[in-house]
Design a protein around this ligand. Structure first.
Ligand code: C6P
Length: 404
């Protein structure tokens, strides 16, 4: 059970007044808000044990190193990775994807095939296009249906022995649909292809088990998980992380350096050159602790209620068209009202204290598919309420009246 009043107390920002109105924050798919315990963890780090890690013999450095490595273990346990060294702490989902894509440059040859889904965020399209340009590999796309689901029959015919890597998001950021990643992974493995799943939008709602999924790479960002920006994870199976070359050269990722030759450190340090986001990593762990204490089953059940209520209320407004109508969705409603431009609605909602995202949501191919410039995206979290949905729906009605 979600104790909503208690939970809302944990988030100082929810008390903010915007344009004279209480904040209604429905832009959770862009970034989640930060509970006090995570803010406290950040303040504690800078107040009490700010130091560089893995290098100093002094007490502060050891304390910071211990806390940072504890955070890695929290991430390992949360995602159920077999080994802590399979968790690379990165700057976030985009960074993690680029690490893998650039690493594959040495494993991919001209004529090899790479598959992405039609539902990808730009950060899971552009790095692979860059890789194809560099290597002569061919990018293939799993097409989508009108309801936002993937055409899985087409996927089954796309995979073949030339397929080297398959990339798909676990949940689409623009539509909120949950993709059949188990089926995608199983099929790719029949042909020996590696699979990277982008969990940026799934992880705030679903606790993934990377071993049960048998996924090769899984990536996500802390800032969508009640943590800070600028930190995230790359999970990789040991075999794959050992095969990939390091992404960057520098301090921390080496074993022995001479002017003739450098040998690299083992996992995870091979992929963690330079001073990492130490405080961010520790706060990432604090965010996971906070969400796990609430419980992901509780979060999912409560958000499903918000999604059902919000969808039903929105559909009462004439002209509302929702994009992404599959049965399995996270608490995201992407929609338009008649011919009104989403941006115009977003501006009026902001005047009423309501934060939503408008536009193409970094997923232009999806907007091209629907032949629209963008959508209004309302994305709910476990700290939102049905009362806030009422405020939003009333605000939307006002906006539609003003713009019609
Ligand atoms: N989507 C949204 O409003 P970063 O920016 O690296 O933390 O995450 C990038 C990213 C990758 N994949 C998916 C599925 C995502 O949703 C995002 C971030 C935000 O939808 C900001 S564009």
């Amino acid at each position: 059970m979600i104790q909503i009043d208690k939970i809302r107390e944990d988030f100082p920002i929810l008390k903010r007044v915007i344009n004279g109105k209480p904040l209604v924050y429905f832009d959770n798919a862009a970034t989640s808000q930060t509970p006090q315990v995570v803010i406290d963890a950040i303040v504690d780090y800078y107040s009490n044990y700010n130091a560089n890690i893995h290098r100093g013999v002094h007490t502060l450095s050891q304390e910071a190193t211990d806390k940072y490595e504890e955070a890695r273990i929290k991430v390992q346990q949360h995602f159920n990775a077999k080994h802590a060294y399979e968790i690379i702490l990165t700057a976030g989902t985009t960074h993690s994807i680029n690490m893998v894509a650039s690493g594959f440059a040495s494993l991919i040859q001209k004529g090899d095939e790479i598959i992405v889904s039609a539902l990808e965020h730009h950060s899971n399209i552009v790095p692979w296009q860059m890789l194809c340009e560099k290597t002569g590999a061919i990018l293939k796309v799993i097409p989508m249906n009108l309801d936002g689901s993937l055409q899985m029959d087409a996927y089954h015919t796309l995979v073949n022995k030339k397929t080297k890597v398959v990339f798909c998001n676990h949940v689409s950021n623009a539509l909120g649909v949950v993709n059949p990643i188990e089926e995608i992974i199983k099929k790719a493995h029949q042909f020996g292809a590696a699979v990277l799943i982008d969990g940026a939008q799934a992880t705030p709602h679903i606790k993934p088990d990377v071993q049960a999924l048998d996924v090769d790479f899984y990536v996500a960002s802390a800032h969508k998980l009640c943590g800070p920006t600028g930190v995230g994870l790359l999970y990789g199976k040991k075999e794959w992380l050992e095969k990939l070359p390091p992404y960057q050269g520098g301090g921390e990722m080496i074993d022995v350096v001479t002017f003739e030759k450098t040998t690299y450190a083992g996992l995870p340090h091979k992929f963690e050159a330079g001073t990492p986001n130490i405080c961010g990593g520790i706060a990432f762990g604090a965010g996971l602790d906070y969400m796990n204490a609430i419980g992901f089953d509780n979060i999912a059940n409560y958000e499903a209620e918000l999604l059902a209520y919000g969808t039903a209320e929105l559909l009462k407004i004439e002209g509302v068209k929702i994009y992404g109508t599959t049965e399995e969705k996270t608490a995201v409603i992407s929609f338009n009202v008649g011919e009104i431009h989403p941006y115009d609605i977003g501006v009026i909602l902001d005047k009423l204290g309501i934060a939503v995202r408008t536009g193409h949501h970094c997923a232009q191919p999806i907007m091209d598919f629907y032949k629209i410039p963008g959508t209004i995206r309302a994305s709910f979290s476990f700290y939102n309420t049905k009362e806030e949905i009422d405020v939003f729906v009333n605000g939307l009605k006002r906006a539609v009246m003003m713009l019609s």
